[in-house]
Design a protein around this ligand. Structure first.
Ligand code: PNW
Length: 492
């Protein structure tokens, strides 16, 4: 059709990082095996009825803990040079601190060795939401500054052991969601409520400690440990598009962006929280001391964006007055309203599965977002990686059989559109995008939405544990072939 000619011939820059993603709790299973301690997600999925949509848990899942060899073998033939996943803190320190679980380390020694054997480069997250339950019980997990030292103790141990094989480290996956899990935030699909903890504003306290923990680790990594790789954390962020050019809508979109990516991106690029957070939150937002600002500023080697979708933003009906009233409502400190359906009735893009109701396919949004982040929002960012993007095929879980589920045409469109627009951001807009990782290598535990919301590029049968590549799996590979992506020597 009207596939632009410049895109058809465009090539990725050499060394572009690409591959699949996953995380420990969402894929491993074996939750009670080989000395692993419980995490807050074990408590949540077992003890809070109906907080996970289908009452599934991380106990068994795709059994990647035992089947990683065959999973990596398939990945090696596929040929993607990187694989992004996380290490489970409670497998290595079952109590979060104290005695080390040798079986847990041995497991990750084997996992890393297997990746190295195939030439697959690991991009490793040290924390993907699975806070050791013992630390939650003892002092409230991330609500307590004590966790910073326990995290550093664990993270330094892992880095010291694996750095020679790991070119990319992520200190945290999307800290803003982890923080919400500690608050009285109304139960939602990603952050089921514990009904315990010091209230919704705990997220800003937790966020503060995750930032400090990140910055301390990054400083240690470069200055003391003299690590060989690059270190950052994964920012969850979506593109917020003002519905009109009215001042109210523009300001609302700016606030939405500040509360989304500015909360964590402001401190490391500019040395402080965005002004709108300070104005809106007052004493709810912890203050960064001069020393902390200096520690955090510049603490990421690149910007990692988990950017899945886009929203329309408008000011609240009633304008400034409503906003002023709204500021006292801690549920909506950003005082704007965002939606994926514009007031004129146009939807922003095709919808994902109901268990990912926040997600619509908005490929052109990522191109605008990459430019906005690097040119307007955080001009200090010189290098950006799309560390997650992906799609849950709608209603796929209701399909009767594997042959139906693997024809994931909406995901295929999403992935193609995203990759095209990432490439256009590089070639046409001159944004230095250096990598893109697809969520996810295979179907997994989609947190509060359980296992029926399937983000995988491979279908997992939870009866037979068979993995079946979906249409998007092949299409993504073809895309990287066509545009000069690097492949492993062993690729088929
Ligand atoms: C990511 N949003 O979370 C997580 O890193 C994964 O663990 C998760 O499975 C994946 O995306 C799919 O949901 C996100 O609301 C959660 O924009 C929410 C959003 C984005 C990413």
């Amino acid at each position: 059709s009207n596939y632009p000619e410049e895109l058809a011939v465009a090539k990725l820059p050499p060394g572009f990082n690409w591959g699949m993603t996953s995380s420990a709790y969402q894929l491993e299973g074996a939750a009670k095996d080989e000395g692993r301690g419980p995490s807050i997600w074990d408590l949540l999925s077992h003890r809070n009825p109906n907080q996970v949509a289908d009452n599934s848990t991380g106990d068994v899942l795709a059994q990647h803990y035992y089947l990683y060899k065959q999973d990596f073998q398939r990945l090696a033939k596929y040929g993607s040079p990187y694989y992004s996943t996380s290490i489970s803190w409670p497998r290595i320190f079952p109590f979060g601190k104290g005695p080390i679980n040798e079986a847990g380390i041995k497991h990750y020694d084997d996992v890393i060795a297997e990746l190295v054997k195939h030439g697959i480069k690991p991009a490793l997250s040290l924390f993907h939401w699975d806070t050791p339950l013992a630390l939650f019980n003892e002092y409230g997990g991330w609500t307590n500054p004590k966790i910073v030292d326990d995290y550093l103790n664990y993270a330094k141990f892992v880095i010291a052991r694996y750095d020679k094989h790991v070119p990319v480290w992520f200190t945290f996956n999307e800290p803003q969601y982890c923080n919400w899990q500690y608050s009285y935030y109304p139960a939602g699909i990603l952050y089921p409520s514990y009904g315990i903890g010091p209230g919704i504003n705990a997220r800003f306290i937790c966020g503060h400690y995750t930032l400090l923990a990140h910055a301390k680790l990054a400083k240690w990594y470069h200055n003391e440990f003299k690590g060989k790789g690059r270190i950052s954390f994964k920012n969850s962020g979506n593109y917020y598009q003002p519905v009109t050019n009215s001042t109210g809508d523009l300001e609302a979109a700016k606030r939405a962006t500040d509360f989304s990516i500015g909360w964590f991106g402001g401190p490391w690029t500019d040395g402080d929280y965005p002004q709108s957070l300070k104005d809106t939150l007052g004493e709810i937002l912890p203050t960064l001391s001069k020393a902390e600002k200096a520690l955090i500023k510049g603490s990421c080697d690149f910007y990692a964006l988990d950017g899945y979708t886009a929203f329309y933003v408008s000011e609240l009906p009633g304008g400034a007055n409503a906003c002023a009233r709204n500021r006292s409502d801690p549920n909506y400190p950003e005082c704007g309203s965002s939606s994926q359906v514009a007031p004129n009735g146009f939807s922003i893009g095709p919808a994902a599965d109901a268990g990912a109701s926040w997600l619509k396919s908005t490929p052109t949004g990522i191109r605008k977002f990459l430019s906005a982040i690097t040119k307007e929002i955080f001009p200090a960012v010189k290098d950006i990686v799309v560390s997650e993007f992906g799609f849950a095929e709608p209603f796929e879980s209701e399909y009767a059989s594997v042959p139906d589920a693997i024809w994931d045409l909406r995901r295929t469109d999403y992935i193609q559109g995203f990759l095209d627009n990432i490439l256009l951001a590089i070639t046409e807009d001159h944004v230095n995008v250096t990598g893109a990782y697809i969520w996810s290598i295979m179907d997994n535990f989609e947190w509060g939405s359980g296992i029926k919301t399937r983000f995988g590029m491979q279908y997992v049968s939870y009866d037979t544990l068979t993995r079946t590549p979906k249409a998007s799996w092949f299409q993504a590979r073809n895309w990287f072939k066509r545009h000069g992506g690097e492949f492993l020597p062993g690729a088929e």
